[in-house]
Structures are given as C-alpha cells and as structure tokens.
Design a protein around this ligand. Structure first.
Ligand code: AMP
Ligand code: ZN
Length: 489
C-alpha cells in the first residue's frame, strides 16, 4: 500500500512539517509526565492518551521509538513564578506522610488509570528524584557557561542575558518586551536579578522536607530542569519529538529550551507537539477550578455533572473523536453518542471473521485503507480516521446483510486493516461487559431485591447489596429512572 508521508504540526515552526527522524528508523520522543501529588484527572488522561496514539502510530509505521515520559516527584512548585511550596512536599506535610509515600500512592494511581485507558507503558519512566546528580551537573554547566548566577544558596537562570544571544520566546511566539512588562515586580524575590529569571536550584528552607546536598548548600531542583536533564540523558542533546499539554508552552517548555541551549548549545527537540485542553463548559478542566473529574468518578457515574457512568473505552473513543490540537468539551450527550458509536464499531469488528466471501467484491478496501492512512498521516487526525472506520462499519454491515459482497483476499485485507487501526493504532479494546444482556438481567433482579429492601426500610440489606456489588467490581448509581451499574474492573 502506498502511503503519504507523516506530517506533524510543530509548535516551534508553527507549521505542519514532513516528519524526518534524526536517526531513522529510531525515534526519540519525550513527553512531560504527571506531577504525582494527587490523582490524575481526565484532562491529564486526554494528553497521555493523545501521545499514546502517536507512540502507537509511529511504532506501527515501523519506527523504533524510545518513548520517555517522566514522573515529576520533586521541584514542581505551586506557582510557575518560583513561589509557593513544592506540591509533593506540601501534600506530605498536610497528610503527615513521608513524601515518597505520596509519590508512591499517586504514581500507582496514575499507572492504574493509564492501564484502564489501555495506554502502552513508555520505554523509560524516569523520576526527578532519581536524577538529582544530573540536574546538579547541568546547573554547574549553565553557571560555567555564564547563563546563571548563584544567589543566597539558590541558582537562577539569567533570562535577559540569554535573550541577548538567543531567542527566549521562539516556542511561545511572544514578544519579549511585552512579557517583561506583563510580569509582576519581584516583590519578595529579591534574590532574582530579572523578572523572567527562573530557578535551576532552590535553597531549602529549614522546614522543607525534600532536600539534597549541592555545591550551593542543601536544596532541591527547579521543575523545568528535570526534563532538560532527563531528556538529554536518555535521548541525547538533540532528539526528534518533545510533547506535553499546551499549557506548558509559555513557561515550562520555553525554559527547558533555554536551559538546553545554555548547557549544550543545542535546542533539544526538532518537533514540539502540544495537546489542547479538555474543557468543561468551555473552561479548562483543572483541579484548582474544581471542575475536574477523576477517571473513577466517570466510570462509576458518581459525579454531580454526570447522568451515568461510562466505560474506559467509551471515554477513550470519545477523546479520539476530537483532533489532539482542538479543545474537547466534556458533555453527557457527547459521551452517550460515543458509547453508541463504540458499541457499533465493536459489533462490526465481531462480524468480520464470519463474513461470507464471494467471487467478486462490490466494496473498495484499498481505498478505505488509503483514506485511513492519509488521515493519520495528516498530523494524527483521529476524527477523520474514525469517520473512515465508520464507512468500514457500514460496509461490513452491508456485506453481512447480503447487500454487498467481498472476495476472500479483500476480506483478509479488511480484517488486517481494521484490527491494526482499531486495536493497534487507536488502542481501543473489547470490553467484556459491553451489551451483556445476561448481566443486565441478573442486575435487574438484584436491583429489584434492593428496592424491595429499601421499601421495607431495611437499609442494612440495601446498603449491604450496594457495598458487596462494589467489592465485586459493580458500581451502582441511583438515578431518577431507577438504578444503573457500571463495571469498574
Ligand atoms: P501535571 O500533572 O499538572 O504536571 O500535568 C500533566 C499533563 O497533563 C501536562 O502535560 C498538562 O499539560 C496536561 N493537562 C493538564 N490539564 C489538562 C486538561 N484540562 N486537558 C488536557 N491536558 C491537561
Ligand atoms: Zn517537562
């Protein structure tokens, strides 16, 4: 099959470019991972699902991808302006736990969420705390190269000095003057020379729990530094792709590029890919705005904004219906439509092996394949790829109804294409309980018994039924039209 070349939108050049790896067939891809101080929400999941599809597709095309996605377990402060507490440290203080207990708990939760969404594990998942030495070494080099200064036990990156020689705003495409004028005065941060300077190394106050010895005294690394240190360690000073959510462009990624240039005299990644935000009523989903959903709330339906629960694959399908660079707004209607669409797709997949073959095909499988690859090669355009998949669904249903016919060779091609695209590239998977009439019947019986117990004011029994079902992996939601259930594991 002839394919068009893969094209990717590069935030750095603001253009869609033909993808050419530096050392084909190897591809190095670094994606900023989660800060493990709280449960990953659905917005975070959207970003990682998007990169999972890219990882899968690049691998499918035959590239040997080294996918590095870090875990931020130190150095991420509450504000981007080097203010506030370290997020992990703060949570540990509030819960009176060892910071590594916090890190362990939320790393585990994150992996579980990623597993439920059927994302592949990255090739390397490095942590900031395991790379303190590399970060200290990088800070030393940046100091030696003259782009940083020490101040009272902390080390800051000198943005104004850097910006005289290199472009500091190449990625964000902002105007440096405007940026300077719009940045707050340095009240309380007299250690910094310039308003835009950011910390490479931060002196630990006496009460700060996460601290390491360094040439500048005890402290901890700045957040941006870990990604520079770990990407160069595992992918080299120049690599192919760097990604993350769009919200990381103006500060985190801008500072990462500056650090790499100041240290290695090289801009780290050729292509910068940024995913757009998952929104709720047009607003970014975020914990601080109080509009975030945890994946488990979505699966169980236990959330004030939800009518009912949705399975992980329905949610993954819902996310793939939008291009990764468009915002995606969360709504019950869209999820309901995704649930139906996903069930239709899975139904058609099940019909393929038993399709009757004929001497002649009235369907064009080659065209279908070409269209799907063209969509994916157009900056990973999953909504268009899905639209072509639904043409295939119509085709499969028509053959099954005897309205169209297919040869054995075409059937083999169709089966291979559909399996590779649906399960391999888009990462969808069969869910055992989709449309399971037998379980539905059984659950209805249990619901009736529970309603009867409630009517008799026997709440001990009704609660017992709910709790035991939960233990068995069935989350019950009481709605106005009666009870419904979702399977959580
Ligand atoms: P954090 O754990 O805050 O460091 O974020 C992990 C990743 O999730 C980053 O790449 C963010 O850009 C991304 N992210 C955060 N909120 C959203 C959202 N509402 N939609 C999509 N991605 C998000
Ligand atoms: Zn990062």
């Amino acid at each position: 099959m002839t394919h068009t070349a893969l094209k990717i939108y590069n935030t750095l050049s603001r253009q869609t470019e033909t993808f050419k790896p530096i050392h084909a067939p190897f591809v190095g891809m670094y994606v900023c991972g989660p800060t493990v101080y709280s449960n990953a929400h659905l917005g975070n999941a959207r970003t990682f699902i998007s990169f999972d599809v890219m990882f899968r597709y690049l691998t499918h095309l035959g590239y040997k991808v080294r996918y590095v996605r870090n875990i931020t377990d130190a150095g991420h402060l509450e504000s981007d302006a080097d203010e506030g507490e370290d997020k992990v440290s703060k949570k540990a203080r509030l819960e009176q736990l060892e910071p590594m207990e916090i890190v362990q708990r939320y790393t585990y939760d994150f992996h579980e969420v990623m597993r439920l969404f059927n994302t592949l594990p990255p090739s390397i998942e490095p942590t900031a705390t395991a790379h303190i030495i590399e970060q200290i070494e990088m800070t030393k080099k940046i100091l030696a190269n003259g782009y940083a200064y020490e101040s009272n036990g902390s080390v800051y990156f000198d943005v104004e000095k850097f910006a005289k020689e290199f472009s500091y705003t190449a990625l964000s495409n902002r105007n440096l003057e405007e940026l300077l004028n719009n940045t707050r005065e340095l009240d309380g941060q007299e250690e910094k020379k310039g308003r835009l300077d950011f910390a490479l190394w931060i002196k630990a106050k006496p009460e700060h729990i996460m601290r390491w010895p360094s040439p500048w005294g005890e402290g901890f690394p700045g957040w941006h530094l870990e990604c520079s240190a770990m990407s160069s360690k595992y992918l080299g000073e120049e690599f192919d792709i760097h990604g993350g959510g769009m919200d990381l462009v103006p500060t985190h990624h801008t500072n990462e590029i500056a650090q790499n240039i100041a240290c290695h005299h090289k801009s780290p990644a050729r292509v910068w890919i940024h995913t757009n935000m998952l929104t709720v009523n047009g607003q970014k989903m975020s914990k601080s705005l109080g509009n975030s959903f945890l994946p488990n709330e979505l699966f169980s339906g236990n959330h004030k904004l939800l009518d009912k629960g949705y399975s992980p694959m329905t949610v993954r399908f819902f996310m793939l219906q939008a291009h990764y660079r468009s915002t995606l707004d969360f709504s019950n209607e869209a999820l309901q439509a995704a649930e139906k669409g996903f069930a239709r797709l899975m139904n058609a997949m099940k019909l393929i092996p038993d399709l009757k073959v004929s001497k002649q095909s009235t369907v064009n499988c080659a065209e279908l394949g070409k269209n799907m690859y063209e969509a994916m090669n157009d900056d990973f355009n999953t909504p268009i790829a899905l639209a072509h998949l639904f043409e295939a669904v119509r085709m499969i249903n028509s053959i099954n109804d005897g309205k169209e016919s297919i040869t054995a060779a075409d059937k083999e091609e169709l089966s291979k294409l559909m399996n590779e695209m649906v399960f391999g590239v888009l990462g969808l998977a069969e869910e055992k309980a989709v449309n399971n009439d037998k379980i539905d019947g059984l659950m209805q019986l249990i619901f009736d018994m529970r309603s009867a117990a409630k009517a008799n004011k026997d709440f001990k029994t009704s609660d017992h039924i709910r709790d035991e079902l939960k233990r068995a992996g069935f989350e019950i939601k009481d709605g106005k039209d009666g009870a419904s259930y979702t399977i959580t594991n």
